[in-house]
Design a protein around this ligand. Structure first.
Ligand SMILES: CC(C)(COP(=O)(O)OP(=O)(O)OC[C@H]1O[C@@H](n2cnc3c(N)ncnc32)[C@H](O)[C@@H]1OP(=O)(O)O)[C@@H](O)C(=O)NCCC(=O)NCCS
Length: 160
């Protein structure tokens, strides 16, 4: 990175020109553009965070704020009479040239900071066993691990 390059993290929406840069990058990392663009009408909120260098996307994370268990058809789990909510990470990636520089961890922290302000109980995601770097990141960050019944994947869960 040059001394004058500007690195920043921002929430982006689909009218934002930087959103397209995120979608293009996501398409190159495990075809995750579909997880950026997929609609989730049942959730409370959906957000896409981009990491940018001079307005070019170098990383992304999409998360949903949702009632725990609703997508699986379970009744709500109540806390102080209100359904427990979680931040569920749908898409996550960093451009190969920018890995191991803390960009992925920073994206996670931006999402977690937002989730804490929304009073989410936990953060959760699922990824295939082939995502070795992501497994290393989640283990280093202290996530609990739960086997999934879908296609050789595990859930990663952290209480906020
Ligand atoms: C997972 C991913 C987003 C991590 O992004 P990143 O910016 O490289 O992550 P960070 O630099 O914040 O790494 C944080 C920690 O995670 C661990 N880690 C990350 N990549 C690792 C690797 N290749 N080998 C070992 N540990 C690794 C390390 O503990 C690292 O800390 P350190 O560099 O101080 O040792 C990136 O590797 C990626 O895009 N992978 C492909 C897509 C993917 O798997 N997405 C998630 C599932 S769909």
């Amino acid at each position: 990175m040059s001394d004058t390059a500007k690195l920043d993290f921002a929430f982006v929406v689909d009218e934002d020109k930087r959103f397209n840069s995120v979608v293009e990058l996501a398409a190159t990392i495990l075809n995750q553009d579909r997880y950026i663009l997929m609609e989730f009408p049942e959730v409370r909120e959906s957000h896409v965070i981009g990491a940018f260098c001079d307005d070019q996307a170098i990383g992304f994370l999409r998360f949903l704020v949702q009632d725990l268990g609703k997508a699986e058809g379970r009744p709500p789990v109540l806390r102080s009479g209100k359904p427990i909510t979680e931040a569920y990470i749908e898409a996550f990636g960093v451009h190969p040239d920018w890995r191991r520089q803390g960009i992925g961890s920073s994206l996670q922290l931006v999402a977690i900071d937002y989730a804490l302000r929304c009073d989410c109980y936990q953060v959760r995601s699922r990824s295939p066993v082939t995502s070795e770097e992501n497994y290393s990141l989640k283990i280093a960050a202290g996530y609990a691990i739960q086997p999934s019944e879908q296609n050789d994947s595990y859930y990663f869960i952290k209480k906020l």
